[in-house]
Design a protein around this ligand. Sequence first.
Ligand code: C2O
Length: 341
Amino acid sequence: NPIQAPDLSKCSPPEIPEGGTRSNCCPPYNSNIIDFVPPRHGPLRVRPAAHLVDDEYLKKYEKAIQLMRALPEDDPRNFMQQSTIHCSHCDGALPQFDEPTADPLQVHHSWIFFPWHRLYLYFHERILGKLIGDDSFAIPFWNWDTPDGMVMPAFYTNKSSALYNKNRNPEHLPPATIDLDGKQHPGISKYELIEDNLITMYRQMISNGKTARLFMGEPYRAGDAASPGAGALENVPHDTVHDWIGNPANKNSEDMGALYSSARDPIFYGHHANVDRLWSVWTTLGGKRRNFKDNDWLDASFLFYDENAQLVKVKVRDCIDSKNLGYKYQDVENLWLKKRP
Ligand code: C2O
């Protein structure tokens, strides 16, 4: 059977790793839940590549995040509340629905990784759009798989911006080139690192991603133990990018390097938008690279607060096509397609 949307009234304090900053990451409780209805929308919202956005866009995005930070602390749309949604779904805070003896809900390391994070970003984006009164607003994606995107987008590092976060590895601020496979390559030149990153992308998207299980992760059904196995892209570069940004001087490489704290960094959403884009790209790559057809995947359900602070129950089947959610990505060239090792 599919994983069921959790009962928020059963949330308990998370298990924060040692040395982590205390946080209660339970979402505000509310029993009024509606079923998700795909939004009616005009033209698709287009999520832009972070390294290509203009000032006008950037002002809007900063404004939206600033307004999100300024919402009352107990408003589920508040920026910290947004980040705690992530924490409650990965650190043992929410039991599986009606499965009191099973491991708590975990949205990583299984086939729900991609759809859960897609929906999480979707509601985040809709809230931002509502806050600035712009229905067409779309969050940016950090295009770390293309040479020009292989540095932390500069706008996240402006100290006076709402997009800034101080808990990042100071060695990895611009102009440092990202290392997608996380292997550390002593003495490697910038040019070689970029080549290596493109090869890593080819390997994870194509060679290691030949089937849904290999690319997206292992089946995870009601009552199952948590974390049956991550897919190729979740391990590398999803995890490796997290680790690259988090500050190693903090006990658990907070913020981005630890599950409970990662979504406190605005760059989380740009990172995940690229992961989400790559899921869409993967479904077009041919062979057996197709989404699961299993109803236990398609009918898995989750809960999110929408832009009106209304709790909504959504299923995986509602999100397998991002167009159903009203957005797509700016067309960019996927240069790694040509980098067969
Ligand atoms: Cu929920 Cu990038 O992890």
